[in-house]
Design a protein around this ligand. Structure first.
Ligand code: 5RP
Length: 230
């Protein structure tokens, strides 16, 4: 059995994406367990094939991971262009709308996803859904002083939600930019309608619905990777 065969779906899809990276590219690194596997696979190729890539990270944790793996990491504000952004997702619909943001770096994730020439999303089949919000609440990053007013407005549109707590459960969770996160569920609202609503409420910094951003979603399976291109 070859190494290719004994990879699990997340590893397989991570290696698949790493194989798309070319020499001298500037590559954005996502956050999460699948993004970590991509970082490892990219670092391996960069080392073995002397690709001389530059990377930029969506989070402090991924930057640490990348540096430990030997990848050069630059800060976002030093770039006016990136070739590729690669990240996982919590949900993917048939039209390639994504739900992201279980981590605390939504703003940087969306910034890199929208700025990159190509945005590749790495998932396994467990992330495929019919509609956004099917398995997870929608993360809404809010200015700390705005959270109650934003929550009240979202409730008027049928939203139910609460402030996200930190891992220890003894305080609210703060994002990398010092914002708070409302995890919101909605019974009867589609993702486009919800995106338009969230984009118009003052105090909302960013939200976890990524519409029209993915260039391709790669779905890792037991034997192969399925590609869905926009
Ligand atoms: O959006 C994210 C972090 O904000 C992650 O990409 C998403 O939660 C998927 O994570 P994993 O690859 O660990 O399943």
């Amino acid at each position: 059995m070859t190494a290719q065969n004994i990879m699990n779906p997340k590893q397989r899809v991570a290696v698949h994406a790493a194989n798309l990276v070319e020499a001298d590219m500037i590559v954005g690194l996502g956050t999460g367990s699948t993004a970590n596997l991509f970082i490892e696979a990219l670092a391996k190729r960069n080392r073995n094939e002397h690709l001389k890539v530059t990377t930029v990270s969506s989070s402090a944790i991924s930057a640490v991971k990348a540096k430990e793996a030997g990848l050069p990491v630059v800060s976002i504000d030093s770039l006016d262009y990136l070739d590729m952004y690669v990240d996982g997702a919590d949900e993917v619909t048939p039209d390639l709308t994504l739900l992201k943001g279980r981590g605390q770096d939504l703003v940087r994730e969306k910034l890199l996803a929208s700025a990159a020439d190509q945005f590749y999303v790495l998932v396994d089949e467990s992330k495929l859904v019919e509609h956004i919000g099917q398995n997870f609440p929608v993360p809404v990053e809010v200015l700390p002083e705005a959270w109650k007013l934003v929550l009240a407005q979202l409730k008027q549109h049928g939203g139910v939600g609460e402030l996200r707590m930190n891992a220890a459960g003894d305080n609210v969770a703060f994002t990398a930019h010092g914002s708070l996160v409302l995890d919101m569920s909605f019974e009867h609202i589609d993702s486009l309608e919800l995106t338009m609503l969230l984009d118009t409420i003052a105090g909302v910094v960013e939200h976890g619905i990524f519409s029209d951003l993915a260039s391709a979603v790669f779905i890792g399976g037991e034997q192969e990777v399925e590609e869905h291109w926009r």
